[in-house]
Design a protein around this ligand. Structure first.
Ligand SMILES: *[C@@H]1O[C@H](CO)[C@@H](O)[C@H](O)[C@H]1NC(C)=O
Ligand SMILES: *[C@@H]1O[C@H](CO)[C@@H](O)[C@H](O)[C@H]1NC(C)=O
Ligand SMILES: *[C@@H]1O[C@H](CO)[C@@H](O)[C@H](O)[C@H]1NC(C)=O
Ligand SMILES: *[C@@H]1O[C@H](CO)[C@@H](O)[C@H](O)[C@H]1NC(C)=O
Ligand SMILES: *[C@@H]1O[C@H](CO)[C@@H](O)[C@H](O)[C@H]1NC(C)=O
Ligand SMILES: *[C@@H]1O[C@H](CO)[C@@H](O)[C@H](O)[C@H]1NC(C)=O
Length: 475
């Protein structure tokens, strides 16, 4: 607006002032042309379309939704448009439609999105380069024939704050949200309730990640379900997921990973989070690891149940390439300050944790406890056929191996020496050998340093020289 020599338009001051006023009014009019108040589906579609026009691209068009609206057709946010839809109102997909974001930006606040339906992303589809930010919002009964019951993101960004999802569903992955192809998802203060994956294919009753990343903070997963794996979360294909200060309650999977399934590489970091009453039919009542690394600090697992690995189960994933050759992706678990209580393996090993094969590694780290866990076979607290190491300050109390050995823990195929330091084994029971700890050694015996074993006797099992049973014998 300045002239070349800092002389604004070279006009006398009063004229300049009035001209400025006219310009300000003109700008305000332009804003109004992009912003809008809408009360029906046609006005909503027109306002969102206008946000993608040359006049409005480059700014955010704020669209106030002033009445509950039922869509008559899908609404598209086009490339480079930025639209903010503001409630408090409801937008219904009338069981047939949703919102599409194609390389644009959509913000939703104070809105309730209900009854949307689409192939993927029942209520919102976010394509490559697009973004969705929702706050103070809810998604109810959105349904996808394929992926992402409420939201599907492909190469996109999704930020959710104070959003609730209830009874949304997808056939294959992500009962509420599915993120693929390097999407990133941020979930803060959100609730997922009874969201589901309905077919026995992949999983993630609430959220599925494929080659994507997610951060979940202070959120709750309540009764979410998967007809396959991952009752709440399905983390596949080198995806990375972190969860802190969150709650998983009564989530379930018809196959494995009642709360979380980590599959095919990638990582899971869990902090100060509670898994309560998570259940899986096969393995990993709370968490299944089938290739990948997981670290949990300050996690609680209470009353989790599966056939094998009542709370956590690790196995190596056998990935088959197109050439037909198989590669194994190992699983690696690191536990610190975790508490396992009343978890149960109903038809196998590891009431708390089971390492199902030689390729997996688990560090049952410092200050972790197993209390009142039980396995129908070996290892009331922990059963390992892989490489397990024990940290300091472990507590195994009141665990049971009902028909096998190792009431507290059963460790197979241990090579080198095993150090058990400052551990408490108390009141554990089993049927065969090793009321507290049963170790099968490949080579030397374990060195046991400073363990306090209340009500346990530490002794060698006479049965086999390379087996060492610590703690009172069974029954
Ligand atoms: C969107 O913006 C980018 C970069 O500013 C531009 O290259 C592209 O042509 C725009 N697309 C549309 C459809 O306007
Ligand atoms: C969400 O709601 C809270 C409380 O009603 C309000 O303070 C906040 O500004 C809202 N945030 C957004 C982004 O709408
Ligand atoms: C969360 O969103 C709801 C609307 O869905 C609103 O009533 C509530 O005040 C919000 N809470 C916070 C803390 O922003
Ligand atoms: C997950 O983290 C690993 C290691 O930091 C990284 O190599 C990989 O690209 C990440 N995955 C995604 C989808 O960003
Ligand atoms: C011990 O665990 C079982 C489940 O295996 C549960 O039914 C029982 O109530 C628990 N006992 C205590 C004292 O927590
Ligand atoms: C036992 O451990 C060794 C090396 O630690 C490994 O090579 C072998 O395959 C393991 N055996 C079983 C049955 O897991």
């Amino acid at each position: 607006m300045s002239g070349e020599h800092g002389q604004p338009l070279g006009l006398p001051a009063p004229v300049r002032r009035s001209l400025l006023a006219v310009l300000v009014v003109a700008v305000a009019v332009a804003s109004d042309a992009c912003d809008a108040s809408v009360g029906d589906a046609a006005a909503l579609a027109a306002a969102v379309k206008r946000a993608g026009s040359d006049a409005c691209v480059g700014r955010t068009s704020t669209v106030a939704v002033t009445a509950d609206i039922a869509l008559a057709a899908p609404v598209h946010v086009w490339a480079n448009a930025s639209v903010s839809l503001v409630g408090p109102r409801a937008i219904s997909g009338a069981g047939d439609h949703g919102l599409f974001v194609t390389r644009g930006r959509l913000a939703l606040s104070g809105l309730r999105l209900a009854d949307g339906a689409a192939a993927s992303g029942g209520c919102v589809f976010v394509g490559a380069g697009g973004s969705l930010a929702a706050s103070n919002a809810s998604f109810v009964r959105c349904a996808a024939a394929n992926y992402g019951g409420a939201i599907y993101a492909s190469g996109a960004e999704v930020a959710l704050r104070n959003v609730s999802f209830a009874r949304t569903s997808a056939a294959y992955v992500g009962g509420a949200v599915s993120a693929t192809t390097r999407s990133s998802v941020r979930v803060v203060d959100c609730t997922f309730e009874a969201t589901t994956v309905t077919r026995a294919a992949a999983g993630g009753g609430a959220l599925a990640l494929m080659m994507s990343e997610a951060t979940i903070v202070a959120s709750a997963f309540l009764g979410t379900r998967s007809a396959a794996a991952g009752g709440a979360l399905y983390v596949e294909d080198e995806s990375n997921c972190s969860v802190s200060r969150s709650l998983f309650r009564a989530t379930s999977a018809a196959s494995s990973g009642g709360a979380v399934a980590l599959v095919g590489g990638g990582s899971l970091a869990v902090e100060d989070t509670v898994f309560e009453g998570a259940a899986a039919k096969r393995s990993g009542g709370a968490v299944l690891m089938s290739g990948g690394a997981a670290a949990a600090v300050g996690a609680t697992f209470d009353r989790c149940v599966a056939a094998v690995g009542g709370a956590v189960h690790l196995e190596a994933q056998l990935a088959t390439s197109t050439s037909g050759s198989g590669t194994r992706i190992a699983s690696d678990l690191d536990l610190r300050r975790c508490a396992f209580s009343s978890c149960r393996a109903t038809a196998g090993d590891g009431g708390g944790v089971s390492l199902g094969d030689g390729g997996s590694t688990a560090r049952v780290g410092d200050d972790t406890s197993f209390v009142n866990c039980s396995a129908s076979k070996d290892g009331g607290g922990v059963a390992s056929a892989g490489r397990a190491t024990l940290g300091r300050g472990l507590v195994f109390r009141g665990n049971v191996a009902e028909t096998g050995g190792g009431g507290g823990a059963y460790l197979r195929n241990v090579s080198g020496s095993l150090v058990v330091r400052d551990a408490v084994f108390a009141e554990n029971r089993c049927r065969t050998s090793g009321g507290g700890l049963f170790v099968e050694f490949q080579a030397s015996k374990p060195s046991v340093v400073g363990a306090r074993a209340a009500r346990s006797r530490w002794r060698d099992s006479p049965a086999r020289a390379r087996r060492t049973a610590l703690g009172g014998a069974g029954t």
